[in-house]
Design a protein around this ligand. Structure first.
Ligand code: NAP
Length: 449
């Protein structure tokens, strides 16, 4: 090819950025990558998902920034796939398209009462405390004394930690002022973290679990009887050091004398929510006690308990959603693909179309997991290059003209840098560690250069 290979990467989060970086490093010829995001700000879940009190994890942004600084890369923020750029547009203007759009929605519990006010999904709650523009203007009042967090993965731990910490611990972070105000008024005392299976099957990782015990404002309560493992679980734990470490931490919690701290995190296992009840808002959650079958699945015992709680946060995993025109696997909730190559309903490869990250493999793994995942997709792209059809209008200018004609307000890299500067200035004035986030579309776009 005697012109740069034109690549569109949809999604400026970790998987899209690892993918772009892999291509920048490995593609032998000239290259031009547009990293396109629905939001005016880049970095996806690093900006809008990593908990505010985890700045070390967020510092991966420093590496990602280098990708944007490469002269072969452009950032086109505030541009939506399917609206501003359709699949047809993408095919016309790019030789290769990679969808790295993540898993946008939460899973539901599918139980009665889930629509009562006081129920929140982790998608909403995390986006709210992360200052995601989709949640701008949303009021969440932490006016319940007891709350339930359903699920025992790392997102559930993040939610429990944010609810359990004293507001002063979150005040220096990048959370929006409305979050600080809500935390100041929080009446929360008891946080029940509820897993449907046993401690050996919990999805959280040890450092995140351990961190619960380091919250100065909260005691962690675990019933030692819940840590007695059945034979199958004991075998699973014996074979996996990560699970042994989890059990050690849990046993440490169970053995520790309570300090009478203002908040309490209760870790509960082998209990499934079966109904949420209340008169006009959440007042209680009904839990069914479970036992495990030989495949470590939860089986209801028919024994139910009622827990009085005024709010329920479900953190039971995310789900990918279809993109207009692209084949979707409705069971796995991912874009149909083989090793990153998009496949049609007959299982045949769709030329030039690829996926990376959660929309490729489902919502699992930590940020670093996406590096190997994106590298696999990048290898597939490079392997396929000699046989890929060429775009008919492959110039940057053609894309710009199209977006102008559609009336899209595009947020370029320099525009993001202006937003970044504003957030840092606001952060400095407010005594924050790094920044205060700008949280609505209009202000993000107004802050541009
Ligand atoms: P996850 O790890 O898959 O955990 C989901 C939890 O919800 C599991 O305990 C699951 O139990 C439970 N669950 C699912 N359906 C349920 C139902 N109907 N009723 C009751 N419980 C149910 O998902 P996640 O917490 O959303 O995390 C997603 C990924 O992001 C993970 O890979 C996680 O490690 C990562 N992450 C990492 C960090 C970090 O590194 N600090 C922070 C946040 C997220 P079962 O096991 O029984 O299905």
């Amino acid at each position: 090819m005697d012109r740069p290979l034109r690549v569109a990467v949809f999604g400026a989060g970790p998987s899209g950025l690892f993918l772009a970086d892999a291509l920048l490093k490995a593609h032998p010829g000239p290259l031009s990558i547009d990293i396109i995001d629905r939001l005016p700000a880049p970095y996806g879940l690093v900006r809008y998902g990593v908990a505010p009190d985890h700045p070390k994890i967020k510092s991966v942004i420093n590496t990602f920034q280098k990708t944007f600084e490469d002269e072969r890369v452009r950032f086109l923020g505030n541009v939506s796939f399917g609206i501003d750029l359709t699949l047809e547009d993408v095919r016309k203007h790019y030789d290769v398209a990679v969808y790295a759009v993540g898993a946008a929605v939460d899973r539901a519990l599918g139980i009665p009462g889930e629509d009562l006010p006081g129920n929140y999904s982790s998608t909403e709650f995390v986006a709210w405390y992360s200052g995601h523009p989709d949640q701008h203007g949303r009021t969440i009042t932490l006016d319940a004394e007891a709350v339930a967090v359903i699920g025992v993965g790392n997102v559930a731990i993040d939610v429990a930690r944010v609810l359990a910490k004293h507001v002063d611990e979150l005040r220096p972070t990048d959370v929006p002022d409305y979050v600080i105000e809500a935390l100041e008024k929080s009446r929360i005392r008891d946080i029940y973290l509820i897993g449907r299976r046993g401690p050996a099957q919990a999805k959280f990782t040890t450092p995140e679990l351990r961190e619960l015990g380091e919250i100065a404002y909260a005691d962690v309560i675990v019933d030692p009887a819940q840590l007695e493992l059945d034979e199958a679980s004991a075998k699973v734990v014996a074979a996996k050091s990560a699970l042994q470490r989890n059990l050690d931490v849990l046993r440490g919690f169970a053995a520790k004398k309570l300090e009478g701290r203002p908040r309490r995190i209760h870790l509960m296992f082998l209990a499934s929510p079966v109904a949420i009840k209340g008169n006009g808002r959440v007042e209680e959650i009904v839990l069914e006690r479970n036992r495990l079958d030989e495949n470590e699945n939860a089986l209801g015992t028919g024994v139910q308990d009622t827990l009085p709680v005024g709010m329920v946060f479900r953190a039971v995993g995310y789900r990918g959603i279809p993109l207009p025109g692209l084949p979707f696997d409705k069971r796995a909730h991912v874009i149909s693909n083989k090793g990153g190559r998009v496949t049609d309903e007959r299982g045949e490869t769709v030329p030039g179309q690829y996926v990376a990250g959660w929309i490729k493999r489902g919502p699992s793994g930590v940020i670093g997991t996406n590096k190997a995942d994106s590298a696999e997709t990048a290898r597939a792209i490079l392997e396929d290059l000699p046989n890929l059809p060429h775009a008919s209008e492959p110039s940057e200018a053609a894309v710009d003209a199209l977006l102008r004609a559609k009336g899209a307000i595009v947020c370029l890299w320099d525009d993001w840098l202006a937003i970044d500067r504003l957030e840092r200035e606001m952060g400095l004035k407010a005594g924050r560690e790094e920044r205060v986030k700008v949280t609505d579309f209009a202000s993000l776009l107004a802050a541009r250069d």
